[in-house]
Design a protein around this ligand. Sequence first.
Ligand code: ADP
Ligand code: MG
Ligand code: MG
Length: 249
Amino acid sequence: MLEITDLHATVADKPILKGLSLTVAAGEVHAIMGPNGAGKSTLAYVLGGRPGYEVTGGSVRFNGEDLFAMDPHERAAAGLFLGFQYPVEIPGVSNLQFLREALNSQRKQRGEEPLSGGDFLRLAREKAALLKLDPEMLKRHVNVGFSGGEKKRAEMVQMGILDPKFAVLDETDSGLDIDALRIVGEGINAIMRSPEKGVLLITHYQRLLDVVKPDRVSILSAGRIVQTGGPDLALRLENEGYDAVMADA
Ligand code: ADP
Ligand code: MG
Ligand code: MG
């Protein structure tokens, strides 16, 4: 589903990704772990097409198509979703307005009819219930005054509404308490666990992987994937640390 080959990318002319290769098949959750500054968030931004992140080599195929030939809106319409470590606040725009606009603009790009107000509201309430987010919060301005956990749950509500084919989730577990972590993890499972979907799950901690069980685990270090294994690799990292596991490789 996602095939990254020898990817090189720079930020402010500084090389960050240095020959990163990684494949995620449909039906898989692939966890990416790695030390701070390794380039994990850079990988997420490059996949999303964020300005300032320059691809200087390599290729990414998404469902067989050249990802870098698509602009960020086309990537989203093609079913790519990005969840960020630090969700942005949008004062003046309610969650409902924002989500309906995002969904209908993607539907339009795919040549589908927009969802009616009533159908959209039902969908939004259903996904809020899944993430145990008070539906009243959907009326509030995007992320303004939300706690860390509410922001992450609101982002997962967004993911549920957009129903993407592939999600790249960057430290979705950061700042979550134990209960919120389980709710968010189970939300990811409910929305994304399917033979037709894939997930790249960037995380520092095993605790999210206890809920969202990965099929594969890779270590990203200094801009490259240095090791890939099964779920046991994450457990070893938790117990032994990056240095010890990478020294063994
Ligand atoms: P990770 O998510 O693995 O902790 P990042 O992808 O955030 O790592 O960062 C990788 C490297 O890129 C770090 O050395 C970081 O300082 C650098 N970097 C990230 N964004 C910028 C930027 N906007 N300008 C300069 N350097 C950056
Ligand atoms: Mg970091
Ligand atoms: Mg990061």
